[in-house]
Design a protein around this ligand. Structure first.
Ligand SMILES: Cc1ncc(COP(=O)(O)O)c(C=O)c1O
Length: 403
C-alpha cells in the first residue's frame, strides 16, 4: 500500500473531478457464482469467440499494417463503410462518412456529446428514469438536469413541452434532450411513432438537439422496427448514438455517433486517443463484411427473446399481489414496481447476501425517486438463474410486507 498523501493534495483536484467523485472499481469476475440480474452485460455463453478469432486473423492478413498503426481520427475507414451499410439496412439511416464518428462505446460517445455542448450551470432535459451512466455523467459535468417522465408510450410529450416552455421563457434554452426510444433502459418501453414525431417537432420549434441513444436497437424480439428519430428528422438536430457492445461483445469497446458534420467535427476534436482502436475495428469490419454480424444478431434475438419470456413467466409465477412490471418488446430490462409500503432499501441487502444482484430503482433518477422500483436484467443470467433470482426477489418482498 503506498504511503498516505498529505491532506493538501485534495486541493489539486478540479471541480469537475470532485463532482465525479472517486471510482467504485468494478470487475466482471465479481459476477461469477452470483445470480446477476443487475448489470446490462451481454450473455457470456453467446460471445462469438471463434468467429471473432477468424475475423481477427483475416483482418491482420488483409490490413495488419493499418490495424496495428495509429488510426484515423474519424475511425477505421473500412469500418465506416460497413457501418454505413449496416445503418441503412438495419436502422433505416442513410448517412455519409462525414456524419459518422467511431467512439470507444456509446458511453464514451454520450460523454463527448455532453462535453461538447455543455458548460457547468447549463440546463439539459432527460427522460427519467434513465440509464445510470447518463445520470452519473450529467452530474459530473455540473449541468442542471430537468427530468421528464417516461410512460408506457415513451417520453411524456406534454411534460416535455411544459418543461421546454418554462425553461425557454425563463431565458434558459436546454442544451439537449436525452432519450432512449427503443426498449428504454431501465424501464424497457418503446416510444411510439407519434411520440417520436412530436419530439422532433418540439426540438425543431425550439432549436434543441436530441441525443437518441439506440444501444439496444437490433435486439427486438417481437413487433416491427420503428423509424429512428434520425431517420424522421430533416433538421440536423438529432444526434444518434449506438454500440457493438450488445450485439457482438462489450469488451470490444466500440460504438458510433451519427450526426450533422458540424457536430461530428466538434466531437472528434474532443477525443485524444490516436484513433479508436484500429485493431479491434479491423476485426469488427471483417465480422460485419462476412455476414457474421447479421447471423449473430439473429441468434441473439432467439437467446434474449427466450430469456425475456422466462423472466416474465417467473414474475407471473412468483410475485405477490400488488407487484407490477413492464413487458418489453426488446432490449435487456424489465422494470418492477414494488407493492405499497415496500422499499428497495428494505430488501436489497438480504438479496445480496443470498447471492442475487438487482439494480435498485434509485440509481436511475437524477434528484431522488425510484425507491419503490427495481430494474431486472435478463441478459446475463440463464433461464434457470432468472427463475431462481425472481423467486428470491418475490420472497424478499413477502418478508418485507409481513414485517
Ligand atoms: C442506454 C445505454 N447507453 C449506452 C450504454 C453504454 O454502452 P457502451 O458499452 O457502448 O459504452 C449502455 C450500456 O449499458 C446503455 O444501456
Amino acid at each position: 500500500m503506498p504511503a498516505p498523501l498529505p491532506p493538501e493534495i485534495e486541493n489539486l483536484f478540479s471541480q469537475r473531478s470532485n463532482r465525479h467523485g472517486q471510482a467504485a472499481f468494478t470487475n466482471p469476475r465479481g459476477l461469477e457464482g452470483r445470480i446477476a440480474l443487475s448489470a446490462g452485460y451481454p450473455d457470456p455463453s453467446s460471445m462469438p469467440r471463434s468467429d471473432m478469432a477468424e475475423a481477427m486473423r483475416v483482418a491482420l492478413e488483409k490490413d495488419g499494417e493499418l490495424a496495428l498503426q495509429y488510426g484515423a481520427n474519424r475511425g477505421f475507414d473500412r469500418l465506416l463503410e460497413e457501418l454505413q451499410t449496416k445503418l441503412k439496412r438495419d436502422q433505416g439511416i442513410e448517412c455519409t462518412e462525414e456524419e459518422l464518428l467511431i467512439v470507444s462505446g456509446a458511453g464514451q460517445g454520450l460523454g463527448i456529446i455532453a462535453d461538447a455542448l455543455c458548460d457547468p450551470g447549463d440546463v439539459v432535459i432527460s427522460e427519467e428514469p434513465t440509464w445510470m451512466g447518463a445520470v452519473r455523467h450529467f452530474r459530473g459535468i455540473g449541468v442542471d438536469v430537468e427530468p421528464v417522465r417516461v410512460d408506457d408510450q415513451g417520453t411524456n410529450i406534454e411534460e416535455l413541452e411544459a418543461t421546454i416552455n418554462r425553461l425557454v421563457q425563463g431565458g434558459r434554452r436546454p442544451k439537449f434532450i436525452y432519450m432512449i426510444p427503443n426498449f428504454q433502459n431501465p424501464i424497457g418501453v418503446t416510444a411510439t411513432v407519434e411520440r417520436r414525431q412530436a419530439l422532433i417537432d418540439l426540438a425543431k420549434e425550439n432549436l434543441i438537439p436530441i441525443i437518441e441513444d439506440d444501444a439496444y436497437s437490433d435486439l427486438r424480439y417481437r413487433g416491427e422496427r420503428l423509424p429512428t428519430l434520425y431517420e424522421l428528422d430533416d433538421s440536423g438536430l438529432v444526434i444518434y448514438l449506438s454500440t457493438f457492445s450488445k450485439i457482438i461483445g462489450a469488451g470490444l469497446r466500440l460504438g458510433w455517433i451519427v450526426a450533422h458534420p458540424r457536430f461530428i467535427s466538434a466531437f472528434a476534436a474532443l477525443k485524444q486517443e490516436g484513433g479508436t482502436s484500429p485493431f479491434v475495428s479491423a476485426a469488427v469490419t471483417e465480422f460485419c463484411a462476412s455476414g457474421t454480424l447479421t447471423e449473430h444478431i439473429g441468434e441473439l434475438r432467439k437467446v434474449y427473446g427466450g430469456r425475456r419470456d422466462a423472466m416474465v413467466r417467473a414474475l407471473e409465477a412468483h410475485m405477490p399481489a400488488g407487484v407490477s412490471w413492464t413487458d418489453p418488446d426488446g432490449g435487456f430490462f424489465v422494470w418492477v414496481t414494488l407493492p405499497d409500503g415496500v422499499k428497495i432499501g428494505d430488501i436489497h441487502p438480504a438479496l445480496k447476501d443470498q447471492g442475487v444482484d438487482v439494480s435498485p430503482g434509485t440509481q436511475f433518477y437524477f434528484h431522488g425517486g425510484g425507491d419503490n422500483a427495481v430494474r431486472l436484467s435478463f441478459s446475463f443470467a440463464n433461464e434457470e438463474q432468472i427463475d431462481a433470482g425472481v423467486k428470491a426477489l418475490a420472497e424478499a418482498i413477502r418478508t418485507a410486507q409481513s414485517s
